[in-house]
Design a protein around this ligand. Sequence first.
Ligand SMILES: *Cc1c(COP(=O)(O)O)cnc(C)c1O
Length: 346
Amino acid sequence: MKWLDKVRPNIMSLIPYSSARGEFKGKASVFIDANENPYDAEFPYNRYPDPLQSDLKNLIADWRNVKVDQIFLGNGSDEIIDILIRVFCIPGRDAIYTFKPGFGMYKVAATINDISISEFPLDTTFQLDVDSFLANMPVNNKITFLCSPNNPTGNSINLSKVKFLCEKTDSIIVVDEAYIDFSEKSSAISLLSDYPNLVVLQTFSKALGGAGIRTGMAFAHPELVNIMNKVKMPYNISRSNQMEAIRLVKDIKKLEEIVEQVKIEKSKLKNALSGLNNVIEVYPSDANFFLVKFDNANAVYDSLIREGIVVRSRTNQYNCAGCLRISVGTPAENQKLMETLTKINQ
Ligand SMILES: *Cc1c(COP(=O)(O)O)cnc(C)c1O
């Protein structure tokens, strides 16, 4: 496997931290191996959590229709982005590749690791010209990050383009699908069995309503999952976070109903925003937010802040002059937003 050659040699040969409980197989009733407090008062929090999160992964495997050994869990997708960079990229030498405007964490994680980042411009309608994207890939690129649906623009990258890139390069192709549950388009998970260099990122932070439990998911080739498990901190997902994530996945029907409600609110919000005469464009979105171009974005932003409404200014992002990113809120929040925007506009 060509992609395997891209793993840093020091990571390839790394002997990971090993706990006694990870080493023994079988059943036991006395656990005096980890210097924990044995008294039950704080049970189960007096005990270390499962380092490989097996109960949670079993549920995710059924729900996402993948194998348990294709799942890696991180302390948010943010941790997974950092781990991928540390697995593949040699500081001071290697690069990652993505497009702009896009999600800011790739650059932050690259910079922390002393990895250079090259950002290819999307066109004015935020589409990716995949041929010239490929042609401009830096020679020292190890990981290509594709955000789809893209933050902050809201549109998706066609799966045929993902496929094309997986085929034409042995770069690791990461598709960040933080917003996939709001989208009608299908996940790149369906391509995993064909492309060992593909990694799909999803998260509990958006549609699943678990931003506070810091749990991100990567779906990848089992060999890569093993390598990532060696690099992560041994107990990267706390016991309480694992328990809460299990609760959310078990209750997935309820979350799916909430997502349907968000979609209804989203289409109402789109109509309302489009009707404002200082709005130049509401960009098409497969996510739970809109990028909106105003003819007076900074004034709108300031007026909203004065009314206690916080939106995300994206005016300094590439090709996003005049743009604010607005999440779909509750009906009451959306109503307050629209009343305020209408008032500002008079
Ligand atoms: C919100 C978001 C995430 C989520 O990150 P977490 O660390 O899992 O909370 C990842 N990628 C993108 C593009 C996002 O917008």
